[in-house]
Design a protein around this ligand. Structure first.
Ligand SMILES: [Zn+2]
Length: 155
């Protein structure tokens, strides 16, 4: 499983799995702040016991500044595959007050399925709100959770 949270700020793009959503605020971060891509990366790396996103792409390393997180996710997916694992499915939850996830959900699923090299029906994404509570509910942050199932190849 993977979890990530980013602060929301003005004059930033709101990006989920490389898909931009219309929003007055976007994710603040060292990279592009793609909270969903980051949660998915940690889910994959963790399930394969390959470390975590902070170890592979440390925020102190200048080469990852403003990095395209979907490219980093592709690197993670490749590493997991090379270690002999196959992704069966992945489910995600994105929590924020706005924007609404549903209008862009299929695009986000398609983007994840493409980078993870799986069928569309192996990927799902749900949008939730914070019900006005906590940093998510107050519109200060966006949070993403991802859980995946990997299968070890026989040979
Ligand atoms: Zn992140």
């Amino acid at each position: 499983m993977g979890r990530d949270l980013h602060r929301l700020a003005e004059r930033r793009r709101f990006v989920l799995a490389g898909v931009e959503l219309p929003s007055p605020k976007g994710e603040l971060g060292h990279s592009d702040g793609d909270v969903l891509a980051h949660a998915v990366m940690d889910a994959l790396l963790g399930a394969a016991a390959l470390g975590d996103i902070g170890e592979l792409f440390p925020p102190t390393d200048a080469q990852w500044k403003d990095a395209d997180s979907m490219k980093l996710l592709a690197l993670c997916a490749d590493r997991v595959k090379k270690a002999g694992w196959r992704l069966i499915n992945i489910d995600c939850v994105v929590s924020c007050e706005e924007p609404k996830i549903l209008p862009r959900r299929e695009k986000i699923r398609e983007a994840l399925a493409a980078v993870l090299d799986v069928e569309l029906n192996a990927v799902f994404v749900k949008g939730k709100t914070g019900e006005g509570l906590g940093p998510v509910g107050e519109g200060l942050a966006v949070e993403a959770l991802a859980v995946c199932l990997l299968e070890k190849n026989e040979n």
